[in-house]
Design a protein around this ligand. Structure first.
Ligand code: CP
Length: 304
């Protein structure tokens, strides 16, 4: 089995992963934060796009489960000599990994890798398509804060059109019972967003006081996100979480962001550093969430 997206997984699947992540959080808080759950297994990290949080937390997660790791990045590899994705992953497979974690700029690449190799594959972000482990660590962060997602009102704000995080989070949050509102200029919404299980708003000021979670996205300039509105100051004035808008939030509400943040654009500098901004909790929870996903896919025969 692979974990390629949130779609196709029901609430029970997601809750199994979240419950495992709670158990692995306890492991990570021990003096020796390691268990032998995946001893003898090897996880290959295959990252064709840059990453700080996802790559390093997958590595930390695999090692905390006592798995061995292989790390591949195209820089310095034979990709520069023209080797294809298919030949690259078949070459890595010949070295004996049990699972591949794949990030790639093209939607669907992890699915192709799973088909070519026959190995379990975890999608670590593919184009603007899916980022399912981000959705799991975000759901874990919200559940740990509020106890549940049911009936919470979560606003996802910004460049939704180019965001794999938004696609995975909408699916996970609504499956777990939350109400999601997408807040963005029309040009930054996907063309099919009216078919998503969400409500839409073009005014952050109108919804900000009703939200339990304000989930901010950066403008994905590398995917063309900056070319569809007049200017950054105009974007900030309408959709940035400024100090004024932060003050208008419910006092119990929290701010989240998948990172990397663009301070002064989607989030004011002082808001990013406020204790109600859970950005670093998200990063910390990413290790336990990824341990849970790796164990869920590879540890079955041991846990059974
Ligand atoms: N949130 C996220 O995917 O961050 P990285 O690109 O640093 O992995």
């Amino acid at each position: 089995m692979s974990f390629l997206g949130i779609e196709g997984h029901d609430r029970a699947d997601l809750e199994v992963i979240l419950d495992l992540a709670d158990e692995f959080t306890e492991v990570l808080n021990r003096p020796i934060p390691r268990v032998p759950a995946l001893q003898g297994k090897t996880v290959a990290h295959v990252f064709y796009e840059s990453s700080t949080r996802t790559r390093l937390s997958f590595e930390r997660a695999a090692k905390a489960l006592s798995a061995d790791v292989m790390n591949f990045a195209p820089g310095g590899s034979s990709v520069s000599k023209g080797e294809s994705l298919k030949d690259t992953v078949l070459t890595l497979k010949a070295m004996g990994p049990d699972l591949m974690v794949v990030r790639h700029g093209s939607a669907g690449a992890p699915t192709r890798v799973a088909a070519w190799t026959g190995l379990p594959v975890v999608n670590a972000g593919d184009g603007a398509h899916q980022h399912p482990t981000q959705a799991m660590l975000d759901s874990l962060t919200i559940r740990r804060r509020f106890g549940k997602l049911d009936n919470l009102r979560i606003g996802i704000v910004g460049d939704i059109r180019h965001s794999r995080v938004a696609r995975s989070n909408v699916a996970a949050f609504t499956t777990l019972g939350a109400d999601v509102v997408l807040v963005a200029p029309r040009t930054l919404l996907p063309v099919d967003s009216r078919e998503w299980p969400v409500t839409l708003s073009e005014s952050l000021d109108e919804v900000i006081g009703d939200l339990d979670v304000v989930y901010l996205l950066r403008i994905q300039a590398e995917r063309g996100g900056a070319s569809v509105f007049p200017s950054l100051p105009e974007y900030v004035s309408r959709f940035g979480l400024t100090n004024r808008r932060f003050a208008a939030m419910n006092p119990e509400a929290v701010v989240m962001h998948p990172g990397p943040m663009n301070r002064g654009i989607e989030i004011a500098d002082s808001v990013a550093d406020d204790e109600r901004a859970l950005v670093l909790d998200q990063v910390a929870n990413g290790v336990a969430a990824r341990m849970a996903v790796l164990f869920w896919l590879l540890g079955g025969e041991r846990s059974g």
